[in-house]
Write a protein that binds this ligand. Sequence first.
Ligand code: GLC
Ligand code: CA
Length: 553
Amino acid sequence: MKKTWWKESVIYQIYPRSFADSNGDGIGDLNGITSKLDYLKELGIDVIWLSPVYKSPNDDNGYDISDYEAIMDEFGTMEDFDRMLAAAHARGIKIVMDLVVNHTSDEHEWFIESRASKDNPKRDYYIWREGRDGKEPNNWGSWFSGSAWKYDETTDMYYLHLFSPKQPDLNWDNPVVRQEVFDMMTRWCEKGIDGFRMDVISLISKPAGLPDAPLMNELYGDCGCTANGPHVHEYLQEMNEKVLSKFDIMTVGETACVTLEEAKKYANSEGTELNMVFQFEHVGLDGDAEFKWSTRKMPLIPLKENLTKWQKGLDGVAWNSLYFCNHDQPRVINRLGNPSDEYREISAKCIATCLHMMQGTPYVYQGEELGMTNYPFRSVKDFNDLESINAFYELTEKMGWDPEEIFPKIANKSRDNARTPMQWDDSPNAGFTTGTPWLAVNPNYKKINAAEQVNRADSVFSYYKKLIELRHQYDIIVYGSYDLLLPEDPDLYVYTREFEGHKLLVVCNFSESRREFFPDEEFREGKVLIQNNVGCDIFDGRLEPYEAYVIYI
Ligand code: GLC
Ligand code: CA
């Protein structure tokens, strides 16, 4: 297997709006990020993935971009960006940008022109269709509820938006559009950025003729018909040839609805497309039958089965990303651990051990390294995210669900859980801002915050720091092959890794009960690399609730 820096890196995702506010307007910004680089250096991460910082009307918090080459007013200026990039590089930290090119904002100059008339030179930059019998051109649903089509009076036609109506889809079949995107990417690379995380990149190639989706879920986009489209690999190979291959950068595709077979193409180890992809199967395991909204916990046996399929399936042929958390996912402690005072820290460490010892590049989402938890939402008025708000009204008003029944499900899975401000210390607003935060701070910030954890040896922060250090020290953690033990055990996640004559044993008890597990004889002579129940005797076979450890031979 070829060794590269991006396989050996740990990536930290920043959601700039919620990270650190430098000027008291309640919104995180670039200077705020610059002021916290030493904190990230202390944690030991190698790369920052920055959620979008481009000019945007913020219908979807920056994922609706109106100018790819300007900075969002609230976040600062291009000079602030350059200073942040230089300061990160000075500390040996790389910066990967979010590339959102399945769609733009409807306020992007391209779209303003495109909608102006049928013969505008930019008309074909987007996907316009005539209505069908006075209705939408097909039955596709938007990922943010409702139809994926919006009627536009100016030319009496509809445009496609797989997300919000303020996020019209670009027409990737138009070579001029592709070249515009590639040129823009080249300019960012020349500026010295270190890579791209590509937003819903699996959706860029739409099926020819835009046929009705066979299995339409009225509420949400149907994976089957818009993901992994007919030309997606061709377009990514073209991007690779014209841009990516010219720079020493890393790329990760956010590949909604990706299958193992598709991932082998997107992230193939010949390097003709992207370096790695985010798959979504494991974070869908706690959803309800029809949609993601639910109050269920993640079931461990299917989780093991799924992650094992990806670990084994991509070994040697492509590369995994390892994640539970990002700005679209609720906090993992609530899904897989236990947020109570008794178990919060130990369960956070157990989850982290399980993920960080796998093959792939791990991603840490801001606050995850502190064990931050979901927010106690009480009503739909507490939400900011359009996906949660739309889903609530769509399900209650149009579909007739009981609000009392659906609200807790949406609250439990809302993207806003991840977007509450970073908890820096126990001063007002958790030290995130001196003003009024754009989204309420989690009331548990006096207990859970960075200041309390950075210098405490047994904190979640110190544990993440140690996991990151281990990955930098041991090749086997990065490159070793993976094998699952005890596939049918509902509480224990146990696996081994193997590389160049060495072995790792990873043991995690994902339950609130005491369990028994005796490591194989061969591990007796091994070295305990990390354990979250410090000082206990591993070989007595007793596993406390959420106990986790790793042995190396
Ligand atoms: C991706 C982003 C998400 C955004 C959507 C539309 O899934 O991660 O935050 O809403 O794409 O751009
Ligand atoms: Ca600010």
